[in-house]
Ligand binder design. Structure first.
Ligand code: ADP
Length: 184
């Protein structure tokens, strides 16, 4: 169970859980949102190209995102597995991911869905207050999730592991770990 994807609506706690899970499972945590924010913070050319999408809560175009992930997955620390957080976010990205993995005879082991009601996630995001956490942008990110990302739940139905994302951080981490164990 080492090649994992974490999906869930913005505010589901993917970043928090991904950090804990990557430590417990000793696999690198790859967050496309964090990678984009690092580029923006460093003022790189890529950062300049993606900033407006993050500010508006829209998806960064696939060609930019896919290339970033492909390059990251080519780094040797991912040989023993990885935890993707925030990628793929649409079916086109999922197809690219399958292809990239298949090139080295690999495939995903599981896709973990963190399930949280929309009211709960909106409240959490408003409390968090990141630059893209104002109400209009949050609503747009939820809309994008429903339209673009939620179809992945069906796409990945054979390897999908659904976990209740409401509760203590540690409790949720344990739920994910035991759900992954139960699959093997
Ligand atoms: P959240 O899950 O709270 O929306 P993320 O850090 O995962 O936060 O994503 C923040 C923003 O980064 C998204 O709104 C989007 O603009 C961009 N982004 C992250 N991952 C992707 C992706 N796979 N494809 C396109 N855009 C992405």
């Amino acid at each position: 169970m080492t090649r994992l994807v974490l999906v869930g609506p913005p505010g589901a706690g993917k970043g928090t859980q991904a950090t804990a899970l990557s430590e417990k499972l000793s696999i690198p945590h790859i967050s496309t949102g964090d990678l984009f924010r690092a580029h923006i913070g460093d003022g790189t050319e890529l950062g300049r190209r993606v900033k407006q999408y993050l500010d508006d809560g829209d998806l960064v175009p696939d060609e930019i995102t896919n290339q970033l992930v492909e390059e990251r997955l080519a780094e040797p620390d991912t040989d023993g597995g990885f935890l993707l957080d925030g990628f793929p976010r649409n079916v086109g990205q999922a197809d690219v991911l399958s292809k990239v993995l298949a090139e080295s005879d690999k495939k995903l082991d599981a896709v973990v869905q963190l399930q949280v009601d929309e009211d709960v996630v909106v409240q959490r995001l408003l409390a968090r207050g990141r630059a893209d956490d104002n109400e209009d942008v949050i609503r747009n990110r939820q809309r994008v999730y429903r339209a673009e990302t939620a179809p992945l739940l069906d796409y990945y139905r054979d390897i999908l592991v659904t976990v209740d994302g409401v509760g203590d951080v540690e409790e949720i981490t344990n739920r994910v770990l035991s759900a992954l164990r139960d699959r093997t």
